[in-house]
Design a protein around this ligand. Structure first.
Ligand SMILES: Nc1ncnc2c1ncn2[C@@H]1O[C@H](COP(=O)(O)OP(=O)(O)O)[C@@H](O)[C@H]1O
Ligand SMILES: [Mg+2]
Length: 259
């Protein structure tokens, strides 16, 4: 049911976005032939727009990670009254030039949710070791979160690793469920939500207890997946995989696709 809903929403949003562009081009007298590269507008390259409706044809994954990092850092800096840049660092490595044709809103949602967890538990584990005090956070040293990007001809992978203490076996068993005993406490947060959107929205700092299951639905919608491995008392490694083009059924036909 969720997949059908995402599907309908994606098609409707794409249709609206394309219609808006079409109407704007019509009004300004622009057509396919007279596109020109404009350095002021980097979403246009090689005489072709990089964003077609809602689809980004060359979405720079490192940039998306950077954007989510800034959002997540500012949430936790505000929550714990940390000075700017005093929250855990996020180190992006691997193939930092990798790009993907995708709906950036969905990829952003997935990366944001996983990074938010990593940041939350990296801070929480240090606080716990220091007696749970919220004072003098400035003196605390946080382990960095590592985000590694890699790609093959057919798949793009992102690994997000933290040292936030891992997930307890009780929670891990229920990780992909929408409702569990552990998640009941988040139900009240639903009252604070004005609107649920298929993107990182205003209510970004709220925990609803289904960040990971929803991220999995979005990843699967595009033929990808997300897997989470926990090393108890140490940390978590989350692996996001996304097909470069099409879903898993279509991918074998892309053997000749060069990066
Ligand atoms: N990186 C992590 N480190 C420690 N615990 C985690 C991590 N990621 C997820 N968890 C655990 O899994 C639970 C479910 O995560 P999630 O689906 O994102 O929901 P939420 O963050 O809203 O609780 C969290 O409440 C937390 O207990
Ligand atoms: Mg979460």
């Amino acid at each position: 049911m969720l997949m059908t809903r995402i599907s309908r929403r994606t098609l409707a949003e794409q249709h609206i976005a394309l219609t808006r562009t079409f109407m704007k081009d019509l009004e300004s007298g622009k057509n396919e032939e007279n596109f020109s590269f404009d350095r002021e507008h980097p979403d246009v390259l090689d005489n072709r727009p990089l964003i077609v409706g809602k689809v980004h044809t060359k979405c720079q994954i490192a940039q998306v990670i950077q954007k989510c990092t800034s959002q997540v850092q500012s949430i936790f800096e505000e929550r714990y009254s940390l000075k700017h840049n005093n929250s855990p660092k996020v180190i992006i490595d691997g193939d930092t030039t990798a790009n993907l044709m995708c709906l950036a809103d969905h990829i952003e949602y997935i990366i944001f949710e996983v990074l938010k967890n990593s940041m939350k538990y990296t801070i929480a584990s240090v606080l716990e070791k220091n007696g749970g005090l919220y004072r003098n956070l400035e003196d605390l040293k946080f382990n960095p979160i590592h985000v590694t990007i890699s790609q093959t001809k057919t798949t793009l992978s992102i690994r997000i690793s933290d040292r936030g203490g891992g997930i307890s076996p009780e929670v891990y068993k229920q990780l992909w469920n929408y409702c569990s005993e552990h998640k009941l406490k988040y139900l009240l947060n639903f009252n604070k939500i004005k609107q649920m959107e298929a993107k990182v929205a205003d209510n970004i700092s709220l925990s609803l207890g289904f960040g990971l299951p929803m991220s999995k639905v979005y990843a699967k919608y595009w033929g990808g997946d997300i897997k989470v491995y926990s090393t108890p008392e140490f940390g978590v490694d989350a692996y996001i995989t996304l097909p470069r083009l099409g879903n898993v059924v279509e991918n074998p036909a892309m053997e000749d696709y060069t990066l």
